[in-house]
Design a binder for this molecule. Structure first.
Ligand code: ADP
Length: 577
């Protein structure tokens, strides 16, 4: 082509009123070869960044939304090459990214035309894109307003229908109103007649209302006085309840508890809500529940006159303690029972003492029975031998009898002393005597089995001022215990010494000894050491009586003991000044 012609074509190319791009058909690259002026103007990207680039590289920076559009373009380009004809692409929507500003959006109507070489092969692709953004925007706006219009006309139609049905209803109501009106006219007449009747009844009613009002006022007065009296008596009871040291509560005629004093709450740890009604029963020992409820029911239904019942209530620390529980009725002036008062008095200590006493009596009778039976046996044998005074059995039987008798009298002595002590009647009959000589004399009187030997040693010159018989009693208790509890210790050592102005007597055995934790209790009433191996007979009284005797002498009593080695029981009494 002549250069002049070239120039002319170029001028024409650039003068065409719509954007043209010339693309090489080198799929899949589709290199951009040229762009006319219109095309360059239409793109915010400078032409030198587009010409010579492959189509899809050049538009790579487009946003994700354009992927679809690029795909349409690709398909179009491919179709032109394949089918060798002009292809009109569907409307392409595009967004050009713009730095620091919103992207430019628009629609383009693109047509791609193949340019053939002489051999009929596609040499170039001519893409002509018309910007139809304005047209599209108008179309979209139109579509939107059509939609709105449609919605509005639908709403109008609905409203119309509603109005119509309301109209119908109005018409029906109108008809009904007319009928009612007619009916009313009839009723009106009837009403006039009824009115007359009514005014008559009204005056009658007025009369009865007045008399009722009088009656009511009278009743109210009575109830008020009664309630006040009740409240007064209840307040009085409650105040009184708080001052007593027993647990107390009130019960209504339905057997429901209605009030508890502070002592109850302190003892059981139950709140009022926990205790009210029948809740208090939770504090009762399960074994006492039936007996208690039966008893209360019998008292409340008048089956029984009253009286108390012994039962156990659980204290806040979980221990059940014995109580004497009673309920008594509170009657009004007319003699009717208004409520009940329950009280529970703690008798735990009493119960324990009672138990101890019962145990003690049973042990004591058993202890007495053994020597009495033996004495009885010996005496029967002796009776049979009455005509044989030379029988060799006689001395043996006499010895046996006197040992039994000795045991009985020792037991009886203990019992007598116990009762004297508990009645504060243990009287001392004091005199001055030589302690060691007295001890020697008593030990000779003791009826010990032959294998035991009492050795008395120490100061011979100690004079004491004491009740000789009672001191003898203490020595007897110590020595008897050594025999009973240390049976393998044949020698029992009794030592006498003077410490300051006191004389001290110690009885030592080589027996099993006593556990340290029990030593403190030995001198308590009824106390006996718990032994796992053997338990000698005894009342748990000897040491208690000894301690009381020594206390009266203003002396001291005690024990030293080591397990496996033996025990030393001792006492001190004042020397004669
Ligand atoms: P009891 O009548 O039971 O002998 P006591 O008051 O004389 O009562 O003694 C109390 C307890 O002390 C006894 O049950 C016994 O366990 C213990 N006891 C007393 N003397 C001795 C001793 N010499 N050796 C070991 N235990 C002793």
């Amino acid at each position: 082509m002549e250069p002049e012609q070239m120039h002319m074509f170029e001028a024409v190319f650039n003068q065409v009123a719509f954007p043209i791009t010339i693309i090489k058909p080198n799929a899949p690259r589709f290199t951009i070869i040229a762009m006319n002026e219109q095309r360059k103007k239409a793109s915010p990207t400078p032409a030198d960044q587009l010409i010579g680039k492959d189509t899809f590289d050049a538009f790579k920076s487009w946003d994700k939304n354009s992927e679809e559009q690029l795909e349409l373009l690709r398909k179009g380009l491919m179709a032109v090459i394949k089918e060798k004809r002009q292809v009109k692409l569907p409307l392409l929507y595009f967004e050009f990214p713009v730095k620091d500003a919103p992207p430019i959006r628009g629609w383009a109507q693109t047509e791609i035309t193949p340019i053939f070489d002489k051999a009929g092969k596609v040499e170039y692709l001519l893409s002509m894109a018309r910007d139809v953004t304005e047209r599209e925007l108008n179309r979209l706006a139109l579509a939107e307003s059509r939609e709105k219009e449609l919605a509005m006309s639908e709403e109008l139609a609905a409203m119309n229908e509603e109005l119509e049905s309301m109209n119908e209803e109005l018409k029906t109501s109108n008809d009904e109103l007319q009928t009612v009106n007619e009916e009313l006219a009839c009723t009106n007449e009837e009403l006039a007649v009824t009115n007359e009747h009514l005014s008559l009844s009204n005056s009658l009613l007025e009369q009865s209302r007045e008399s009722l009002q009088d009656l009511n006022a009278e009743l109210e007065d009575r109830i008020l006085t009664r309630t006040k009296a009740l409240a007064d008596s209840e307040t009085r009871f409650r105040t009184m309840f708080e001052t007593i040291s027993h647990m107390a509560w009130t019960v209504n005629n339905n057997a429901e508890a209605t009030f508890f004093n502070k002592r109850w709450h302190d003892y059981t740890g139950f709140s009022f809500d926990q205790s009210k009604g029948h809740g208090w029963k939770e504090a009762l020992h399960p074994d006492d529940l039936d007996a208690t409820t039966n008893k209360f029911r019998d008292v409340q239904t008048g089956l029984k006159e009253g009286g108390g019942i012994e039962n156990r209530f659980k204290s806040i620390d979980g221990e059940y303690r014995w109580h004497l529980t009673r309920i008594v009725p509170v009657k009004n002036d007319a003699g009717e029972i208004e409520m009940w008062i329950g009280t529970a008095t703690e008798i735990n200590q009493l119960k324990e003492l009672q138990q101890q006493k019962d145990d003690f009596i049973s042990i004591a009778s058993h202890e007495l029975k053994t020597p009495i039976t033996s004495l009885k046996g010996s005496l029967q044998l002796l009776e049979r031998l009455i005509n044989e005074p030379a029988s060799p059995l006689i001395p043996k039987l006499i010895k046996q009898s006197s040992r039994s008798m000795y045991k009985i009298s020792a037991l009886v002595e203990d019992l007598l002393n116990l009762s004297r002590i508990s009645q504060n009647r243990l009287k001392l009959n004091k005199s001055a005597f030589n302690l060691k000589s007295a001890l020697v004399a008593y030990s000779n009187e003791m009826r010990l089995a032959d294998q035991f030997k009492v050795i008395i040693q120490g100061d011979e010159n100690i004079q004491v001022f004491a009740d000789e018989h009672q001191i003898n009693q203490v020595l007897v208790n110590f020595v008897n215990n050594a025999v009973k509890y240390a049976p393998l210790s044949k020698e029992i050592l009794v030592s006498v010494e003077k410490t300051g102005n006191m004389a001290k007597v110690t009885v030592t055995d080589k027996g099993p000894g006593i556990p340290a934790n029990q030593l403190d209790h030995l001198f308590e009433r009824y106390y006996r050491v718990e032994a796992s191996d053997f338990q000698a007979s005894g009342l748990g009284l000897g040491l208690y009586i000894s301690a009381e005797i020594i206390k009266q002498h203003e002396g001291q009593i005690g024990v030293n003991s080591e397990l496996g080695k033996g025990s030393s029981f001792w006492f001190t009494i004042p020397v004669n000044p």
